[in-house]
Design a protein around this ligand. Structure first.
Ligand SMILES: Cc1ncc(COP(=O)(O)O)c(C=O)c1O
Length: 372
């Protein structure tokens, strides 16, 4: 299997360069591409949004390309202003970077140390773990509860034991698509031990429909020791443009910002500003569209008595009753690439919600493999 680290080694980069490699999805696709695959393969392995960039962003990018010979750094303030306004924050509470991966990197570098660990659940999004490992920071993993939710009491206990550190909570969580409820989140933030910061990764929060799921941004506005990360890679469909942002108290931002690599490109910046101007339409439309396709898949799975974790993001974990690896290996040759296995959830297959047509193909290929 090609992990981020072996991928880095493969293209000749050492641990010091891991910062340049937040694209686990890229590494995964490279790994799959190595085999003989149908040209029209459906990619359901990286939780991308098949809707792609909104039309307003595409138009803004087309218009920008001829002028991209200039840095345009003077426009950076506009991006910060637009992002901040979209979440009722001030620009000094914001960092805009090359995907939320870069923001996570800055947070880990700033709030962990050789004695203050990164504390998280397992399994979860592996990017932060790999950054911590590359930086030589300790990592503490806590198991999920039987309902696949985070054990917030255990996270606090571990932070207390370590006398501080950074808790990483992905909500909804990747790869499970399960949530940390607003009640648990509130308890966690109310009980952070001394010298402990919480980073909540909300890459998928826009896909959730349950009122039990709540953003941690209100806690940022209240000035708590909380950092929230968001991305334009998922619901906005702009993964290849590499834009994400973080939100936190200005003093925390001042510590993180110097670690950022540099401003995002003017093409990406204008795409983001255009998308944010239309977010009141984009977000509900896209949320509803993914939710409908997701519901149809859940109904189909229920009809076939197949188990799954109740999904709250644009992907779902299906219990295939045997090693998910068998599906991950067999399906690409038949034209659909699902996610790879996520130990220790070895019998669960992660599948991104694609277009309706893609999910028809998914069901067909999945069922063939399921029936052997
Ligand atoms: C939970 C989570 N956080 C962050 C990211 C990184 O996203 P990006 O760097 O594209 O914003 C991903 C990518 O798949 C993810 O699943």
């Amino acid at each position: 299997m090609l992990t981020r680290r072996t991928f880095a080694a493969h293209i000749g980069l050492g641990a010091a360069a891991v910062r340049m490699l937040p694209e686990m999805a890229y590494a995964q696709r490279e790994a799959i591409r190595a085999r003989d695959l149908p040209a029209d393969i459906v990619w359901l392995n990286a939780n991308e949004n098949p809707a792609g960039p909104p039309p307003a962003s595409l138009a803004a990018m087309r218009e920008t390309l001829p002028t991209s010979g200039r840095y345009h750094f003077q426009e950076l303030g506009d991006v910060y202003a637009a992002v901040a306004k979209s979440e009722d924050l001030e620009p000094r509470q914001i960092i805009v970077a090359a995907g939320s991966s870069e923001v996570l990197h800055c947070a880990i570098d700033t709030f962990t140390s050789p004695t203050r660990p990164l504390i998280t659940i397992t399994p979860t999004f592996e990017g932060p773990l790999e950054v911590a490992h590359a930086l030589g920071r300790p990592v503490v993993l806590t198991p999920l509860l039987p309902d696949y939710s985070a054990d917030v009491h255990k996270l606090v206990e571990e932070a207390g034991k370590a006398q501080g550190g950074l808790i990483y909570l992905c909500n909804p969580n990747n790869p499970t698509s399960a949530i940390t409820t607003r009640k648990d989140l509130d308890w966690l933030i109310g009980n952070l031990p001394a010298n402990t910061f919480l980073v909540v990764d909300e890459a998928y929060i826009h896909f959730g429909e349950t009122p039990d799921l709540e953003s941690a941004l209100p806690y940022v506005r209240q000035g708590k020791d909380v950092i929230v990360t968001r991305t334009f890679s998922k619901i906005y469909g702009m993964a290849g443009l590499r834009v994400g942002f973080g939100a936190a108290r200005p003093d925390l931002m001042e510590r993180m910002t110097p670690l950022r690599m540099g401003p995002i490109s003017i093409v990406s910046a204008r795409a983001v500003v255009a998308a944010l101007a239309d977010r009141q339409n984009i977000l509900p439309q896209r949320r509803a569209s993914v939710a409908r396709t997701r519901r149809e898949l859940c109904d189909w799975l229920r009809e076939r008595k197949l188990g799954f974790i109740e999904p709250h993001a644009n992907f779902i974990m299906i219990d295939v009753g045997r090693k998910a690896r068998e599906f991950a290996d067999a399906m690409p040759r038949l034209g659909v690439a699902p996610g790879r296995p996520f130990p220790p959830l070895d019998n669960l297959l992660r599948v991104t919600i694609g277009t309706d047509a893609e999910m028809v193909k998914f069901r067909d290929v999945f069922w063939k493999v399921y029936q052997g």
